[in-house]
Ligand binder design. Structure first.
Ligand code: PLP
Ligand code: SF4
Length: 365
């Protein structure tokens, strides 16, 4: 019996997502109620939770092996002393989202789409979060009134045809509150598509219930991007949540963050993307880790990401290969960084490599 099954059998409310939210682990004492916590780890957590917020759903904790310091689940959910390290390039807001904010909760960086920060609450506070400066800050979460006023910006800008609802995690909002936001967006004639960015299927899969899906189905075309970083997160519970969303007719994409010691090799990533496509989720982006404060220990060299994608391309189904991107520091947007297959381009021909490194030529018209 897995620990998840064991705890699910012990707690009758295990599958109630509100129960999971209420019982999140936020301290060393809280953790000790669930698992045995070695003295060293207890001190480390106490030191760090004074600086950074921690919150882990019992469900996600049940996947972690706390005895293994290299465990990919533990590293994503339990605070570490390494978060207190500062690297010279760190910034509190590396993507300058404050600079591109057109209202307190709308970021307009690209011509035809905006990012709407619908809440700052999350199922779990990921240790590698880019927006860690604001997630969990209840005073940054907009009230219904404030948000409706801010939607006037979208109403007044007919060039906006795609609204990405993110945060925080919008699927932690009560369904009726989320419906208010989505229905108001849907009522704007020039908003063609609505997107939701969420980690809930990974950290709180019981939230994906019929009530939520019944609501979302009314507002198609609606896309959902999830975040899975390691194959171990694709549990039977997560698979069921993804299946339900796909069955509701919602196209699914995945955005992974490239994390040192968690998923920074081609084999780990191959397992993840192949499992995602079996769950009808299209790997969309693989992000180079941002320059956010306190996450330097997760960063890899950029070549690591390029090499992983190079090794996937040609060796797995084309649609299982995500695009590797750097979100440009300072706020330039996402830029794909790829292996350069082109050896030479001249007036007569293009000389290029295939996925196995063999050289081919294409004559220019
Ligand atoms: C990521 C992002 C988007 C969406 O970008 P896509 O490449 O279309 O997925 C939109 N606005 C902001 C500010 C973003 O960071
Ligand atoms: S769910 Fe997203 S916004 Fe929330 S902590 Fe994790 S990465 Fe950050």
């Amino acid at each position: 019996m897995s620990r998840t099954e064991e705890w699910a059998a012990r707690f009758p409310q295990w599958n109630d997502w509100h129960w999971q939210m209420r019982n999140r682990i936020t301290s060393a004492d809280g953790l000790a109620e669930w698992v045995s916590v070695p003295e060293g780890l207890r001190r480390e957590i106490e030191e760090c939770t004074g600086v950074f917020r921690m919150a882990v759903t019992p469900y996600f904790l049940s996947l972690a092996d706390l005895d293994d310091p290299e465990d990919p689940i533990t590293k994503q959910c339990i605070v570490s002393r390494r978060e207190l390290e500062r690297s010279p390039n760190d910034a509190p807001d590396p993507l300058n989202e404050t600079g591109s904010a057109v209202t307190p909760h709308i970021i307009h960086r690209y011509p035809d789409r905006v990012l709407l920060l619908a809440t700052m609450e999350c199922g779990m506070f990921c240790r590698h979060c880019t927006r860690r400066r604001i997630v969990g800050e209840s005073d940054v979460t907009p009230t219904a009134r404030e948000l409706d006023d801010e939607l006037d910006y979208i109403r007044a800008h007919p060039e906006i045809r795609d609204v990405l609802v993110s945060g925080g995690d919008p699927l932690t909002l009560p369904t009726d509150r989320l419906e208010t936001i989505i229905s108001r967006l849907r009522a704007i004639p020039h908003v063609e598509i609505i997107r939701i960015g969420t980690r809930v299927p990974c950290v709180l899969p019981m939230r994906i219930d019929d009530e939520l899906l019944g609501m979302l189905k009314k507002y198609q075309p609606l896309w959902i991007n999830v975040q899975f970083n390691h194959d171990r997160e694709l549990t039977p519970e997560a698979e069921a949540a993804l299946n339900k969303m796909a069955d509701a007719g919602i196209p699914l994409g995945n955005q992974s963050v490239l994390l040192r010691g968690i998923n920074d090799d081609a084999d780990t990533m191959r397992k993840l993307v192949l499992h995602l496509v079996r769950c009808r989720v299209r790997p969309y982006y693989l992000y180079q880790c941002d320059l956010t404060e306190g996450i330097a220990h997760f960063r890899t060299r950029v070549e690591t990401g390029v090499d992983i994608i190079h090794k996937l391309q040609g060796n797995v189904s084309g649609f299982a290969v995500p695009k590797f991107v750097i979100d440009a520091p300072g706020g330039g947007g996402k830029v794909p960084i790829g292996y350069d297959y082109v050896r030479e381009i001249n007036d007569k021909e293009v000389v290029f490599e295939n996925y196995e490194g063999d050289v081919y030529r294409y004559p220019q018209p």
